[in-house]
Design a protein around this ligand. Structure first.
Ligand code: FAD
Length: 306
């Protein structure tokens, strides 16, 4: 068992533009506002006969381009002989600003990003999974994974107090509290291990005859871990794969990256924001980051629900 300090998020999948978008524009004879032939640099993408490709921003910022393209489909606001709506003249930034003002955020549901969150507690993931619309989760199981080996997470309050403490004496006290907390984790794990062994010994004797041929030892271990996990703390590390669309991520930032949000989940939200803003600088451009007294950061926006 390791005692972890600080979560880490990894972006593992992300929506990206496909050559079919260019095929669609060519076949329907539509030019897409800022994406029209003059902007395109030559070079094949997809079929060899296609001697055009997307402007770089469409590829680089799929979180910005997918909502704009999807929104333009609604009113056919393209240029060219194949378009029947009024041609769109807004830049991508202006287009997405308009979406935020009008609250027509459903177009932001097209791009999706998947992360794995590590070093975060089960307490954090319990808050996280309350976010439902547009989310998918896969989390490590305390029934299957060996509880003796699971890591635990040091609450960020310790770092916060260390940062804000004004005297060496107070910093020493925070260090002592941290050691005490780590000790409690160790003691708790020892109790878990002891109880697991007791329960497993009993279950092997009493239950095995009833579960013969049904995975035997694996089934037994799972049953006993299910009972013993009641003794695992809510600070147990719970790696979780998290997918959400950009509209859902935006809502997550407004709820979990503000000053009022709990420290651990806010730190995760900020890390996700930093990664996604590189792929959707306009869609997330209304969020501003500000530093708080404790040295950590929070986000603010005028568009809380799009
Ligand atoms: C600071 C803070 C403190 C909190 N404290 C508590 C607490 O003490 N106890 C507690 O239980 N929870 C607490 N929560 C969790 C909170 O109540 C929400 O469950 C969580 O933030 C998810 O928000 P959501 O439902 O808006 O998100 P999502 O489930 O992702 O939903 C997004 C939006 O979709 C719409 N929507 C989703 N589902 C439905 C539906 N079924 N019907 C209609 N509209 C829907 C709503 O507009 C909703 O805002 C807290 C959250 C925060 C940020």
């Amino acid at each position: 068992m390791k005692i972890l300090s600080g979560s880490k998020v990894y972006l593992i999948y992300h929506s990206e533009v496909q050559s079919g978008l260019l095929d669609y524009l060519q076949e329907t004879q539509k030019f897409w506002g800022t994406v029209h032939r003059e902007d395109m640099t030559p070079g094949p993408l997809g079929p060899e006969e296609s001697q055009e490709r997307f402007p770089e921003w469409v590829v680089a910022y799929p979180g910005d381009s997918a909502p704009e393209f999807s929104g333009r489909i609604c009113y056919d606001s393209f240029r060219g002989p194949g378009a029947i709506g009024s041609p769109g003249r807004k830049s991508n930034e202006e287009y997405l600003e308009h979406i935020k003002i009008t609250g027509h955020g459903s177009v932001m549901e097209h791009p999706v990003a998947t992360f794995i969150f590590c070093g975060c507690s089960r307490g954090l993931t319990h808050e996280l999974v309350r976010h439902r619309a547009g989310w998918a989760y896969s989390q490590s199981s305390t029934r299957y994974c060996d509880g003796e080996l699971l890591n635990v997470v040091m609450p960020p309050l310790i770092d916060q107090m260390f940062y804000l403490a004004e005297t060496d004496a107070d910093r020493d006290k925070v260090k002592e509290a941290s050691t005490e907390f780590a000790g409690a984790y160790e003691e708790g794990r020892a109790i878990y291990t002891k109880c697991f062994k007791t329960l497993y010994g009993l279950a092997d004797k009493i239950l095995t005859p009833h579960y013969k041929g049904k995975g035997d030892k694996t089934t037994l271990r799972k049953m006993v871990r299910s009972a013993a996990r009641s003794l695992l703390p809510i600070g147990t590390e719970a790696p979780i794969v998290v997918s959400a669309n950009y509209r859902a991520w935006r809502h997550f930032f407004t709820m979990r990256a503000t000053e009022a949000a709990e420290l651990e989940i806010r730190a995760v939200a900020l890390q996700v924001f930093d990664r996604l803003t590189l792929r959707a600088p306009n869609l997330l451009g209304d969020f501003t980051k500000h530093q708080l007294r404790d040295g950590t950061y929070a986000l603010k926006t005028d568009y809380t629900k799009v």
